[in-house]
Structure formats: C-alpha cells, structure tokens
Ligand binder design. Structure first.
Ligand code: NAD
Length: 477
C-alpha cells in the first residue's frame, strides 16, 4: 500500500504537496524511478494512543512519530504539540526534514513527531505527564535514541518539553553514556547548546540577507541590494518568528508588520519587535499596540506593503486565494509548508522569489546537529582550545608590538586576543552553513534555465545527495 493511500483523502494535501514538489524536481535528475520512490516514501509510521488522567477523568491522546528516511542515522525532527496535528502533516514534515538535512549537509535522516493536543488546555503537570508518556511509548518501540531517532522542539514545544524527554530516556536507559544525545533543543543547563533557541530565526535572517545581497537577482525584482531599509512583515511571534524579526532588524531591515492569530499590527515607519512582544505578553493580544494600524483578521496583515514576507507560524498560509494580494517581492519561509504549490506558481508569475522552507528554516536542525555532537563528545565547543588560542594570540601581539614598537589599545588587544566561546563557534558554524547552502541552491537554480523556482533547485540538490547516500550504503547499484 502506498504512503498516500493509508491516510484519509481529505487529509492528504500537505504530504501530497511535498510529493508534488519532489516529483516535479525529480525530472531534473537522472535517477531511476525505484530509487526516487524509495527517497520519497515515509519508511516508518508509528501511530499510537495513550491515556492520561485529567482531573477526575481519563483522556486518550493521539500521537505519532514518523521516520521518513534512514539513509542516514539517526533520524531527526521536532515534535509538534497542536490539536491540528494529523498523520498527513507529520508525514509531510518528516519528509521535509529529510530534504532539509541533505540541503544543509547535516548527516541525519528525516523524522517528525506529533501530539494532538492544545497545550494551553493542560496544566504544566499534565503536559509533563503527556510528554513523559509519549517518550516511554517511543522507547518501547525503539523510536528514540541517540543513534536511532532524535526529536527536537517544534510548534507548541520547547526546551522544557525536551528536558522531560531527556530525563525520561536517561531514566529508562541507566548507564547509557550518550543518553543526553537522545533529544536536542534542551536547556543549556541540561546538556543543551548555546544559540539553539534562536538558531532557526537567526538562520532565516541570514537566508534572507544572502538573497537580498545578490545584486543581479534584486535588479530583476526592482529592489536595491542589501537589507538596509527593506520592509519586512513577519507572521507568528513564536520562537521562529520572534527571532527572525529580531535578527532581521539587527541586520538593518525595518519590521513594518507583525501578525499573530488574534490579529496583525502594521506601521510603515517600523515596529519595535521587543516592545510589541512585551505588549502582547502584558495584554494577551498583539492588537492595541500604540501607533500601529491594526487588522482583526490576521491574514490581512500579510497583504500589507512590504519587500519581504516571513511566514513563521504554520503551513498553508499563502494559498491560491491570497497569493495575488501579497505585495512582498520575497517570501522567506520560516514555517514549514506555508506556501501551497498553487500559490507559489502565482507568486513567481508576479515576478517574486520564494526562499523555500527546507533551506530557510534549517538553522534549527543545523545547531541541533552541533548539540548532538556536543552530547556525544561530552565536551563544550571551545573548552579545550579557548585558553590556548588566547595565549597564542597574546604571544603574537606581544611579538608584533615588540618588533614594530606599536602599542594596541586595550579594546584592540582584547578583540585580537579573544578565543572563541561556544556561542561564537555555533553562530559561525550556522552562518557558514546558511551562506554555503544558499549559494549551492542558487547555482543549481541559475545553471539550469528549466528549473523555475528556488524550491525546485533545493529539491534537486537534496535528491542527488540522498541518492548518493543510498548508493554508498550499497542499497542501490
Ligand atoms: P511556536 O509555537 O514557538 O510559535 C508559533 C507562533 O505562531 C505562536 O506564537 C502562535 O500563536 C502563532 N500562530 C499560530 N497560528 C497563527 C496564525 N494563523 N497567524 C499568525 N500567527 C499564528 O512555533 P515555532 O517553533 O516558532 O514554529 C513555527 C513554524 O516554524 C512551524 O511551521 C515549525 O514547524 C517551523 N520550524 C520550527 C523550528 C524550531 O526550531 N522551532 C525549526 C524549523 C521549522
């Protein structure tokens, strides 16, 4: 039975959309149909239910863990806590993880998890109970482990949930030296890594910056190169949206619009992201922010004047219904699957560019990879080398000063001498990954005139890399 026939017809569109994009891109590769089918299919679908006590009664929770591809081990992907979660969505997200890891050269297969709850309806104790029980169910079926499958945060989950997962796994696997590598996105104090929390948003901002820095592409869009002064609208003020907005503003862009599910605010002169964030926290709504135009229908916020739109909430936000009204010239997909294939065609026909999700939001998995490496090596990045680097630099500066008679200011001296901290190494590795991957995708796109979108180019690159993995494994001749 094919993957798409084991789920209800009405639920198939997201995984179907990913497969549609895959099939379209596959025509620009030379692999045989069987290999392409193997790459595209979801290998393992684990659907389960478990009861939890809520007050005086029991409630049965629906949950999934789906491993899309084991061409690399472990598999990797976040766990979504949302009442909208369904099997089709988890399949689609697990497939995107496979392609995403290949694009940014992170040696993992793709996976994804889902727990069908609205976290807001549960106490912290109940959420802990649900998360720990979910983890136990994964352990029972061998769907979690540092060399098997490594979850991470996604929509509705964060560091707190990851620490419960790590603790449950370690408790049930006493003496396992690498147990903490069973999950990433953990708090820094519990074997996490500096920079993971903001990594996806930082990556989105770097992806956008790389795109607008290419003068040739900006000329075609009628934009000047560079982020300075570019007007940006961000949808979603969660982990990805908030950090994308923060870093884009830091890189020189002007955040003119912010959209949440209860509404949107817009100010063509710019919004202070932190101040909107605090306003929402204090009042419970993004609406009512002083000095901003507001829209009770959040979707209207996406259609306001801007150069760049960052959808960073959920899938299926830009559809054939609203694509023509989007005024941005560039969409950088912070969320997974925010643009439907029909909307993408409309947007490109208008002359826009879409920086695809599987590259744009890969900063999270890139830094998760660094966290996993840290957990396996049991040493923080920079710990062995920092002091040595500083001493070497100090000797060099002393020598140059002695020979030339120059004397550096204390600031110059400390800038040159300083050894790299874990955060600096993580951010540098992330930036390097995002920059290299952008230009790899762009080269594929520009070198083949038949490849019409950046998404197709990203898929072509991913398919080719995964095909090589299968060939190296000896699974395919
Ligand atoms: P999150 O739960 O931290 O934030 C999501 C935000 O979107 C929330 O503030 C929510 O209120 C808002 N939202 C929900 N529906 C909305 C709507 N209709 N309009 C406007 N805002 C709405 O989740 P996140 O981790 O930021 O994930 C967001 C997206 O990014 C998801 O698609 C996720 O799969 C993807 N993603 C996340 C990561 C990560 O590291 N967290 C990595 C890669 C991709």
């Amino acid at each position: 039975m094919s993957n798409s026939s084991i789920i209800a017809e009405e639920e198939t569109h997201f995984f179907g959309d990913v497969c549609k994009n895959f099939d379209y891109a596959a025509q620009f590769t030379n692999h045989e149909a069987g290999l392409l089918d193997q790459i595209k299919s979801c290998n393992s679908v684990y659907r389960f239910r478990f009861p939890i006590r809520k007050g005086n009664h029991f409630e049965v929770i629906d949950a999934w863990r789906i491993e899309h591809s084991q061409h690399q081990s472990p598999t990797k992907g976040g766990i979504r806590y949302s009442e909208m979660v369904n099997e089709d969505e988890v399949m689609a997200l697990s497939a995107l993880m496979t392609y995403k890891c290949a694009i940014v050269n992170v040696p993992f297969g793709g996976a994804k998890g889902g727990i069908k709850i609205n976290p807001k309806n549960y106490t912290v104790a109940e959420l802990e109970n649900i998360t720990r029980r979910y983890t136990v169910e994964l352990i029972k079926k061998n769907f979690i482990g540092p060399s098997i499958d490594v979850p991470a945060p996604d929509y509705g989950s964060g560091e707190r949930e990851m620490s419960w997962i790590a603790d449950t796994y370690a408790t049930m696997n006493p003496g396992q030296l690498d147990a903490m590598g069973c999950v990433t996105g953990k708090p820094l104090a519990l074997h996490g890594i500096a920079g993971r929390r903001e990594a996806t948003g930082r990556g989105v901002a770097i992806a956008t910056r790389e795109c607008v820095n290419v003068a040739e592409d900006m000329e075609k869009l009628g934009l000047t190169p560079g982020l300075a002064g570019k007007k940006v609208i961000v949808q979603g003020l969660g982990n990805v949206g908030y950090h994308s907005a923060k870093f884009l503003a830091e890189f020189g862009a002007t955040i003119v619009g912010l959209c949440e599910f209860e509404g949107a605010v817009y100010n063509e002169n710019g919004l202070d992201v932190d101040s909107v964030f605090v306003h929402r926290k204090q009042t419970g709504s993004i609406l009512g922010y002083p000095g901003a135009k507001e829209f009770k229908n959040s979707m209207e916020g996406l259609e306001q004047p801007c150069d760049i739109l960052i959808p960073a909430a959920l899938e299926n936000q830009i559809t054939q219904e609203n694509a023509a009204r989007i005024q941005a010239k560039i969409i950088c997909e912070g969320a997974n699957g925010p643009t439907t294939p029909e909307a993408e065609a409309i947007f490109y026909a208008k002359g826009g560019i879409i920086i695809p999700d599987m590259y744009a939001n890969a900063g999270g998995v890139t830094v998760s990879y660094f966290e996993w490496l840290k957990n396996l090596s049991h040493v923080a990045f920079g710990r062995m080398s920092r002091r040595f680097e500083e001493n070497s630099n100090q000797n060099l500066v002393n020598m140059v000063e002695g020979i030339t008679g120059m004397s550096l200011s204390p600031t110059q001296r400390s800038t040159i001498i300083k050894g790299a901290s874990e955060l600096e190494l993580v951010n540098s590795g992330l930036e390097d990954t995002m920059i290299r991957s952008y230009h790899e995708i762009r080269e594929t796109w520009k070198n083949n005139p038949k490849i019409d979108t950046m998404r197709t180019a990203a898929f072509v690159g991913a398919i080719n890399k995964i095909a090589v993995s299968y060939q190296n494994l000896g699974v395919w001749p």
